[in-house]
Write a protein that binds this ligand. Structure first.
Ligand SMILES: NC(=O)c1ccc[n+]([C@@H]2O[C@H](COP(=O)([O-])OP(=O)(O)OC[C@H]3O[C@@H](n4cnc5c(N)ncnc54)[C@H](OP(=O)(O)O)[C@@H]3O)[C@@H](O)[C@H]2O)c1
Length: 318
């Protein structure tokens, strides 16, 4: 099958397009002919050799966890050949990812793709939507009338987190550069702070002297990691997306719920989320589509840290 893969760690230049064997089906898995795969920051971080202690690898490695496509082999599962699905093919074992024509994936990690969601849209949303849902709904228990800061609102995660927070009825603060202000507002953000001209901590502290309920912290710098704890009120929640919580006495003193959260495949929740997209209760993020052979360019754009919404690789028409 045609796939993008790498045989050594390095820059985006190590990505090659060529032929790789089709994946074998294990018990509990379905084989999906992939229409599209989204690019996530984790794909290029793993390609660069980061997080080596956490993952096992079998070379060569096909990157990618997000996908949409059609089931072509149902294995021993209750799924049917011909069903159109989306999914998060996450694994701690890296070898066969979704930048390829086929993926063998656990049947519990997929959900039906609604008919009014395209394959490109369907591929864009699983990882970021599950992450945002698990952080805001499951971990933080964000409720109507509460306040939340969604960092980096214009990114893939931020785009869907704003939409989910608004669906829950929360008041949403977000950070973005000037050229993304209209975009994040169009997704429902109530108050946008241009972090290049204003100090978001001061702005939010002035407006919310008692603190806010939740900070979805996806930035990696020390100042932001610490500020998130200062910003939440007693009993609030700070799900961190990239790091364990800082060692701060304030966490215990204010009874703040905080943890490093990693996205978890969950077909049932993904199914609920896809229904919300189908019913237009959640907004699909802005999407830029590139061809599979342009995966290296997609990684370079992701590395710029300035992409808006999602980049999706078109793999084949289905
Ligand atoms: N733990 C997990 O399971 C999990 C899951 C998904 C993502 N993540 C992590 O969460 C982070 C965001 O992921 P993503 O998919 O949204 O990445 P992304 O799509 O690459 O994010 C790019 C966006 O970040 C914004 N940005 C960059 N620096 C910023 C800053 N200092 N303040 C505010 N916004 C800033 C940019 O907007 P502007 O141009 O407006 O600055 C850009 O739109 C990544 O570090 C990723 O690894 C973790």
């Amino acid at each position: 099958m045609r796939a993008v893969y790498y045989e050594e760690f390095g820059s985006a230049d190590v990505l090659k397009t060529g032929n790789m064997p089709e994946p074998d089906l294990k018990p509990g898995q379905v084989l999906v002919r992939i229409a599209a795969a989204a690019v996530n920051p984790i794909d290029r971080r793993l390609r660069a050799g980061e997080l080596s202690d956490f993952f096992q690898r079998q070379w060569p490695i096909i990157p990618g966890w997000d996908f949409s496509g059609r089931i072509v082999d149902r294995g021993d599962t209750d799924w049917s050949i011909g069903q159109d699905v989306v999914g998060l093919a996450f694994s701690w074992f890296l070898h066969g990812g979704t930048y390829a024509e086929y993926i063998a994936v656990d049947s519990t990690a997929i959900a039906l793709k609604p008919e009014n969601i395209s394959f490109i849209e369907g591929a864009a949303v699983p990882l970021v939507s599950l992450t945002a849902w698990q952080a805001l709904v499951e971990f933080s228990n964000l409720k109507s009338g509460q306040t939340v800061l969604v960092q980096a609102g214009a990114g893939g995660l931020g785009s869907v987190a704003i939409s989910i927070a608004k669906h829950l009825g929360a008041y949403v603060y977000t950070t973005a550069r000037a050229h993304n202000l209209d975009y994040v507002k169009s997704r429902g953000a109530d108050f946008v702070i241009d972090y290049t001209t204003d100090n978001y901590v001061d702005v939010i502290s002035d407006r919310e002297p008692d603190g806010i309920d939740v900070v979805l912290e996806s930035l990696t710098n020390e100042a932001a990691i610490t500020a998130a704890i200062h910003l939440v009120k007693a009993g609030g929640a700070v799900p961190y997306m990239n790091n364990p919580p800082p060692d701060m006495a304030e966490i215990k003193a204010k009874n703040i719920k905080t943890e490093f959260l990693h996205n978890r495949p969950d077909g049932q929740i993904l199914n609920e989320i896809m229904m919300l997209y189908a019913e237009k209760k959640l907004q699909i993020p802005q999407i830029e589509t590139l061809a599979l052979k342009d995966a290296a360019e997609a990684h370079r754009r992701s590395e710029s840290g300035q992409t808006r919404g999602k980049i999706v690789l078109h793999i084949q028409d289905i």
